[in-house]
Design a protein around this ligand. Structure first.
Ligand code: SAM
Ligand code: SF4
Length: 349
């Protein structure tokens, strides 16, 4: 697909034409990753963070957040629950928390690998190469790190440097790939300052990074953040600012499926937050093939508030599993079995 075609799809509002896009994405999904929807158990292991990303409720200087870090026994109890639920993967996510020590995490990964058949996905922010290499060596399979936007000026604005060091998520993704991780990345849609040209470049970047997983979701304003307070000051010029809408999110998911047909693409919680009734299903019908039911213990759920009114905060892990399975069946799809590795990787092994 050419850049002009991507831009044209992003800008069109013609419902009949969009129906063509949804159908093309659904067909590409069916041919490349089939009817299975894989369930990845999401475990939010810590909400401590040393960064001050302008959009995120977990940023270090949001003092309204009560902070937590799970211990190894709590984590292992949830991991065993993932096995009992039949999930093939556990995704451990956190703020960029240096209290999660490299050696401690490597020990935890080894333990999961010894005690369960689960694939292990990490989403722990930017870490030094030594830690990443140790985690890969311990058996971690995949790493998720969204690059958020390919516009370097916008990126630098919303990711303030840390101790004078520029944040460099794309650099880290390249290292992760070299270490042999399956890599997942993506963007928020409708970040104040994001233009249509930027978003088209983001989609081209999915292709050039050769991503195994692509996670996209709408930007949702959090009032206790820099963008929450000053969003208007940063909007792109009239007609150029990408809206943070549900419709735009489906367009980007569908285009991601068409430019990276073999990627694993989740239908995200941010989408479900925008449309509690049908957001997950529509995401799965417009390119998605993954959902991430939450395994985080009830007492920590509400503390992982990256944006307000996040969906799936009150349900137990068991309820999340049943809800997701019901939604998958309601659209005639099947719950995936096994690890659900990226098809291009699974063939290479
Ligand atoms: N700290 C790790 C990181 O940044 O990669 C993992 C946790 S972070 C909360 C996961 C993702 O949440 C971010 O990559 C970002 O895309 C998303 N996120 C954060 N704030 C958000 C917001 N206000 N609206 C939508 N998504 C948001
Ligand atoms: Fe921290 Fe990740 Fe939120 Fe940035 S996006 S503040 S690194 S949790």
């Amino acid at each position: 697909m050419t850049r002009a075609e991507i831009l044209d799809w992003l800008k069109t509002e013609d419902e009949n034409r969009l129906e063509e896009l949804w159908q093309a994405a659904d067909e590409a999904r069916r041919q490349n990753v089939g009817e299975e929807v894989h369930l990845r158990g999401l475990l939010e292991i810590s909400n401590l963070c040393r960064r001050k990303c302008w959009y995120c409720g977990l940023r270090e200087d949001n003092f309204a957040v009560e902070r937590y870090r799970m211990n190894q026994e709590e984590i292992m109890a949830c991991v065993h629950q993932a096995v009992a639920f039949g999930y093939g993967t556990v995704v451990m996510q956190s703020g960029e928390d240096l209290g999660i020590k490299g050696g401690w995490m490597a020990g935890l990964i080894r333990r999961i690998k010894q005690e369960t058949p689960l694939a292990v996905t990490l989403s722990l922010g930017e870490r030094d190469l030594k830690d990443l290499a140790a985690w890969r060596e311990a058996g971690a399979d995949r790493y998720l790190l969204r690059f958020e936007t390919s516009n370097r000026t916008l990126y630098d604005r919303i990711h303030p440097p840390l101790s004078g060091q520029r944040s460099d998520r794309i650099g880290q993704l390249r290292h992760l790939k070299e270490l042999g991780f399956e890599i997942g990345s993506g963007v928020m849609i409708g970040i104040p300052g994001q233009s249509y040209e930027d978003l088209a470049s983001d989609i081209e970047m999915f292709r050039s990074l050769d991503l195994d997983m692509i996670g996209v979701g709408p930007y949702i304003l959090h009032p206790d953040t820099t963008l929450g307070r000053f969003a208007k000051a940063f909007y792109a010029s009239p007609g150029e600012q990408v809206p943070n809408t549900e419709a735009m999110t489906y367009k980007v998911m569908a285009l991601a499926r068409l430019v990276c047909p073999q990627a694993n693409i989740p239908s995200t919680t941010a989408l479900a937050t925008m449309n509690l009734e049908k957001g997950r299903e529509l995401g799965l019908m417009r390119g998605g093939n993954i959902v991430m039911p939450n395994l985080t213990p009830q007492k920590y759920r509400a503390m992982y508030e990256i944006y307000p009114a996040k969906a799936c905060i009150d349900e137990t892990a068991d309820q999340c599993r049943s809800c997701m399975a019901g939604r998958i069946h309601s659209i005639g799809r099947v719950v995936g079995s096994g690890r659900g590795d990226a098809p291009n990787r699974a063939r290479a092994v």
